[in-house]
Design a protein around this ligand. Structure first.
Ligand SMILES: [Zn+2]
Ligand SMILES: [Zn+2]
Length: 393
């Protein structure tokens, strides 16, 4: 077993901003926007604050404008003529399998509305057409690349696990890039507030932005590895573990994360410590052929954090595996969706516990993750018997 170097490195938060009430007008502003102080935080308390909806609309527009094709062979010559809203969880079999009246409950919308809801994460209804989409593929490549997992009766094997994992990684690159490119909009959110509030808001964005930059560096590196594998059709270094459940769980989701603790609370790697490189796990909880499947995909050392993470999941008793999959989705993945009647029927305690786990995953406030982040608790979110297991490591 390889011990990751970050486990013995010190916690390394970004150095705090040096806020200042007064600065030379042409100097770069203390907030880190890159603008001159006279064009940024000078007189900010007297500047007109826009309604929160205007900021959210501007961020959404920025995200659409930032669209591009993530296909490994994307180019002007090979891409279709437009970037589409590509589904990260397949619409037909995955999202539709948990939808009711054409809707699901979206955690991602809860994240997007966080400013509107005074810092609360409140998952809300969303139409299946929009659920789990990102502007990350052109029409031609989205169809062509993901056909093997969208049509017919896909079998869980290395090539299908690769495609699911690739899409999770492509989504993470896109979402981090577009979050970074919309930071300048969020920096204006403190207009019309007193200096003390400006400091709190800008420091929060500073920590958030530093986390995004670190995350982007990692996911871009992982994506490059997947691109090489796809182009060479050599998946030897790609590892996966998949599990098939006996029925449909009330949650689907897709994304990638740094495994920091395993399911027993053992530390694997710490993202705010040392300077990497870090390992990832690409995660999919979706529905294939009418039953839920969960897939972990990863690369690099076969005895490193990702393999240890997968092994710790495999070592769980069978009757805890469905619950652990859902717990993990809450903790590490923002791009998740619930079956509406399930979310509305669970007890307030369960809903609170779900939100608590979802919230710790945001990294708000620069706090490190706790070792109990995905450990078992008395709250059970799901139960379903595993009926099959596939892996290639
Ligand atoms: Zn400023
Ligand atoms: Zn393309």
């Amino acid at each position: 077993m390889t011990v990751h170097p970050s486990l013995s490195a010190r916690f390394n938060p970004p150095s705090p901003l040096q806020a200042s009430r007064k600065m030379p007008p042409n100097e770069r502003c203390w907030c880190g926007s890159g603008k001159k102080w006279k064009k940024c935080h000078k007189d900010r308390e007297n500047q007109t604050k826009l309604p929160i909806g205007a900021y959210l609309a501007a961020m959404k527009a920025e995200m659409i404008a930032a669209g591009y094709c993530s296909h490994p062979l994307a180019s002007a010559a090979t891409c279709g003529d437009r970037i589409i809203r590509a589904h990260t969880v397949q619409k037909k079999g995955g999202i539709a399998a948990i939808a009711e009246d054409g809707h699901v409950i979206s955690v991602k919308c809860g994240y997007e509305d966080i400013a509107k809801n005074d810092g609360e994460i409140i998952p809300r209804k969303l139409g299946v057409k929009d659920a789990s989409t990102f502007n990350g593929f052109c029409s031609t490549h989205d169809d062509e690349m993901f056909k093997p997992i969208e049509v017919g009766k896909p079998i869980l094997a290395t090539d299908t696990a690769f495609l699911l994992s690739f899409r999770a990684i492509a989504y993470e690159v896109f979402s981090k890039q577009s979050a970074i490119s919309s930071l300048y909009i969020q920096r204006d959110i403190d207009k019309g507030t007193p200096f003390e509030i400006q400091c709190v808001i800008q420091e929060h964005l500073h920590i958030y932005g530093a986390g995004l930059q670190r995350g982007l560096k990692d996911v871009t590196g992982w994506k490059a590895e997947y691109d090489v594998a796809f182009k060479s059709k050599n998946y030897d270094w790609f590892k996966f573990y998949g599990i098939v459940f006996s029925d449909i769980l009330p949650v689907v989701g897709c994304g990638a994360f740094h495994p920091e603790f395993d399911f027993h609370g053992n530390p694997l790697q710490r993202i705010s410590r040392g300077s990497g490189p870090f390992q990832h796990v690409a995660f999919n909880l979706t529905v294939l052929n009418g039953v839920s499947v969960m897939v972990f995909g990863w690369t690099q050392d076969i005895d490193g954090p990702a393999t240890q993470f997968a092994n710790s999941y495999r070592s769980l008793p069978d009757d805890q595996k469905a619950d652990a999959a859902v717990r993990l989705a809450f903790e590490h993945i923002e791009n998740i969706y619930f079956k509406p009647s399930w979310w509305n029927a669970i007890s307030d305690d369960m809903r609170e516990e779900a939100i608590r786990r979802i919230r710790t995953g945001t990294g708000l406030g620069g706090v490190e993750r706790d070792r109990s982040c995905i450990s078992n608790t008395s709250v059970k979110f799901a139960s379903s018997a595993p009926i099959d297991e596939k892996c290639n490591y």
